[in-house]
Design a protein around this ligand. Sequence first.
Ligand code: FAD
Length: 476
Amino acid sequence: MKYRRIIVWFRNDLRLLDNETLFKASQMGAETIPVYCFDPRHFEKTEIGFPKTGAHRAKFLFEAIRDLRSQFRDRESDLLLLRGKPEEELVTLAERLEADAIFFSREVTSEERTIDRSLEKVAWSKGIATESFWQSTLYHIDDLPFPINQTPEIFTQFRKNIEKLSSVRASYPQPEQFKFPRKLIPISGEVPELETYGLEEPEFVREKVMEFDGGERAGLRRIQSYFWEGDHLKEYKETRNGMIGADYSSKFSPWLALGCLSPRIIYEEVKRYERQRKKNQSTYWLIFELIWRDYFRFICKKHGDRIFHLEGIKNTKDSWRRDSADFERWCEGQTGVPFVDANMRELKLTGFMSNRGRQNVASFLVNDLGIDWTWGASYFESQLIDYDVCSNWGNWMYVGGVGNDPRENRYFNILRQAKNYDKNGEYVRLWIPELAKIQGFDIQHPWDLSTAQMKEAEVQLGKSYPQAMVDFEGVL
Ligand SMILES: Cc1cc2nc3c(=O)[nH]c(=O)nc-3n(C[C@H](O)[C@H](O)[C@H](O)COP(=O)(O)OP(=O)(O)OC[C@H]3O[C@@H](n4cnc5c(N)ncnc54)[C@H](O)[C@@H]3O)c2cc1C
């Protein structure tokens, strides 16, 4: 037996299934002490003034922690909850409990890596071993057919390379038993309340796409309902650009972001579905999208901090506007462009937005308003329940034109997009009740209505709904 007592530090891997860190610790026969640490830095205000972790995301996180704790408690173990800087708290705990090792999963981006290094250094100075494991991607970093610093810049090249030359490892089963030194740990800490971090409980919103409950068990239930009960996977490619309801896309992202689900578990379920139900373009496409997720993670690993920089990885010049009032109108869904506003209101009220919506509102902010793309990325970071540092900042770099997109200009013509994806205006009608009486596609461009039509729909531009910030006349 290599270690006697191991602290397993949970980060964005809040699950029992396919958790190599936990599995390896348990397999050693050592006593394992599962720990989560609430880091106050995650709840600070950003430079532009909103909380780094907003209420929707914090709520989802706290639910995931409660779920993990309850799963451990069902197995005669527990999840210890600490508050403070993990690089300090974990070493103090290890010393107090005489643990001889700390295991954790490896992260990619700089803030997390700095914490890892600091933890490793302090632990080492106290004679405590550390071991870290890579477990956030579909393809393991050690199986990439190229060194990380030669990760192809273009997605298609990346995908073709790994599909041809690599394979997905099998997932780890849940550990069979945990040895938990209960007598050493009489108090295990509490999950904070939203108020602890100055956040308010989000209101109930009837229009939301679905109930997102944090935690591994809810994530596994979602696989069950989307793949098996609803049988939606076979039509995923055709429906994935939808915007209303639970089943136009998988909605796995919030659980993936916190590691409640692993991409390998989803992959294995897709393969099982292909064997037992149907194999087609749609079943492949879900894996294709998971490869996008991997791609952004490996690109972040390759380029480090540059993904957060205004110039991105392309080193483009700063020509952005920083107009707080205009930015706030975008955040609040008050731009006067219904397709943008509907999506931004959904985000604010629920913490979720479809992929189609994200592409459009991001393009509107950077291309139509010319506002600093990093502001948009920071707002998404605060709001999205599926916030994932690499997917968020990577996608924003793309839209901002500072990433590695071979296409020079990712401009989305908002009205044409609205025509393709919300032709009758049902989505806009759902989120902008003040326009609800406008019929059909007219709701997407209220500025073209006649005075009589406005009156009939009870709309007064500039009063009941804002004048558009951008002139879209003649673009259709
Ligand atoms: C500006 C912008 C910001 C984004 N920020 C995030 C983010 O913070 N977190 C996040 O998970 N996704 C982000 N995305 C990607 C994408 O919009 C979401 O993953 C997707 O909408 C989640 O819904 P779903 O799980 O139903 O996706 P599905 O269509 O069912 O896709 C399955 C899974 O594939 C992955 N995936 C799909 N599209 C992408 C993509 N473009 N990039 C990376 N992974 C993808 C996700 O893990 C997703 O859960 C962002 C996209 C844009 C344009």
